[in-house]
Design a binder for this molecule. Sequence first.
Ligand SMILES: O=C(O)CCC(=O)C(=O)O
Length: 388
Amino acid sequence: MADGNTLEAPAITAAQHAEAMRDYIREGEAIARSLGNRGPIRYGDDGKLHAEILSAYWRHGFYVFENVISPDELAELRRDVDELLERAPATPDSEHDKHGRPAFGRDFAKPPFRYAKPLSDPLGGTTKNKGRHPVKMLDPTPNQDAPVWTINGLDGNLQLLDSCLRLYGHPGLLSIAAAINGADFVPYNEVAFIKEPGLGPSVAWHQDGTTHWDAPDWDAGAHGFNFMAQLYPSTPSNCVWTLPGSHKLGKGDIKRLVAESGSERIEGAVPMVCEPGDVMVLNRQAVHGSFANTSADRRITLNAGFFPRHRVLNVTTEKLDGVTHTYDAERIYKRSRIIALGIDARRQRFPDEPSFVYEPLAAEQDRIVWNEAARAELKDYNLLDMYI
Ligand SMILES: O=C(O)CCC(=O)C(=O)O
């Protein structure tokens, strides 16, 4: 450790990086599988999310819900994401996709595609994202045939792909959001993390929350949670790792954790391994991150995040890009309508599935219809994203 922000590390190859991860992966995966925080969505006699699930979530800060997405829905999501990626600008500033056609998404207010250098760490040890990623991760040298850029994320999933909007209205997932954050839960953003084999960059260790750490009524759920829906195997080499229980301990000292561990491989952290179609819930206060993907396996994760309403109502703060916003009731109402749109989009596609009742908008749900006019309104909805 030279200055506390960077690891003193000589350039290493992707193969050496994978080798360095071997023991860490074996130990971490064994712990992860022994925690008792994975299984299908289950309900108690009261019709609410089973108390055992909630208790395991609050104990560890994450839970893996297995087999949430059916094989057909999963195939649709994968196909849609693949088609979208084919249409992405060939480089961050290009007007054309890699096939020479006009690229998709140049007309959105926020670029829908995020790019990074293969196996790099774009955030660690920088002041980006309000400086919440204090330590730089190892950035192995990519193989010689690697492209200059890799797409490592999407922003505003719900306006990019109808299949994402339909998944957003999933009754099981929304019932989990209500169980964790309360029936008046509030959405904040929907993004995707893409880690292509041999290319996917790291996401340096961090805690998501940026506002409520010193609040007198701070608690283990103060900054909400993220759903992370897995389209491909989420393996110890490509997945998000977390330090179980760290969501309960307040603002952690990541520099110290890395220093004490002697490397970026924080001791006690576990990989949140999932099968395709699983959806995990991760507390935004948990220490978490992902390593450069030097494995042969692709990971694509669809994130959708939610806050408890009372934690965001009338908060004025900077988003990660440094711009200040106030989240008043009007802003929350507009942003929450997207949940009702997702519920209707799903109802149209799966008419036999009981729909979720989103309490804040239950009286209006019948009038919130997914159609071409709603699609036009959805455009640039992510300008209303919120962040605490
Ligand atoms: O998916 C990943 O690699 C990182 C996800 C993450 O850090 C987040 O959602 O905050």
